[in-house]
Design a protein around this ligand. Sequence first.
Ligand code: NAD
Ligand code: ZN
Length: 354
Amino acid sequence: MFNSTEVPKEQWAQVIEKTGGPVNYKKIPVPTPGSDEVLINIKYSGVCHTDLHAMNGDWPLPTKMPLVGGHEGAGIVVARGDLVKDVELGDYVGIKWLNGSCLSCSYCQQADESLCPDALLSGYTVDGSFQQYAIGKAAHVARIPKECSLEAVSPILCAGLTVYKALKESGARPGQQVAIVGAGGGLGSLAIQYAKAMGIHTISIDGGEEKGQMCRELGSEDYIDFTTTKNVVQAVKNATPDGFGPQAVIVLAVSEGPFQQASEYVRSHGTIVCVGLPANAYLKAPVFDTVVRMIQIKGSYVGNRRDTAEAIDFFRRGLIKAPYKVVGLSKLQEVFDLMKAGKIAGRYVVDTSK
Ligand code: NAD
Ligand code: ZN
């Protein structure tokens, strides 16, 4: 293993000891990378709603325990295993949701690595980025150009990548309209910016005036407040020039209702892309409408290494600027409390030095 000299034996981390939480801010040992892995000094990590789902045990997939969460970690390579040849000490890299995959199954062969049955998930099945030193498989760590700010790029590593991929999956073309449900959250704010950069117009749906103002500033033509609008379906249709509804809907919300509602306002021959992962939720759509209006309903799950590179490149070009607030890693539980209450406009990023 090649090591830079300044790697300490101990580090600060936020550790979940039992499902349901809370997170405990404490010192734990710095891990040692295996032969195909790198050790990253994480400087900043975005906080994704997935991290809250993981702590709460919301999904039918067990987490490791105890667990260090986090999967939007941006930092600097400080050690690497013997087999790693294409990542250098000092490189900027990112820990993303997909920490590793087998690289040889039929999914990995066709770059559908998020579908790999042996995928390692950061902050879920392996420890993630809510610590000062994290391990990533060298083949999978995101390559971050040196001109990128590590704090600003961190939310791109999951939120940005995921919405960029979802927009591609929606099939929406430049000049068409896409409704973003949950537009005021971390993924939503980035979805508005990626859509804008791709020439796609957005109709934002979320709750409260603070999020409304942010969505408009980010470039969304319309904002529909689901907490005060009597007829959301009609309001979304009214926001399209012919009243037929948007070409696609990207559903990022953390409750079940909007997943059912989307088929009522999506344009005929349009596409609903499901991205949000609320606990115990089911999709329900009328068969008649789905058939005669030719509606597509599909899921979209993060993105592959190429999607990651493209999403980061949009950011590097200065096309993606979404608001984020930076707080110390020690304040992670407070971020989770705000997130649970739906009170975060944009993203929180934690600074691992505080
Ligand atoms: P977030 O908490 O930042 O944002 C969620 C937003 O949804 C909030 O602004 C909230 O007000 C809004 N919302 C809630 N109910 C709504 C409703 N009825 N109508 C409109 N808006 C509503 O969360 P996030 O970090 O952006 O994550 C969103 C979801 O996406 C989570 O479930 C997360 O686990 C999931 N996710 C999925 C993938 C994937 O690959 N599919 C990747 C990352 C995150
Ligand atoms: Zn995420």
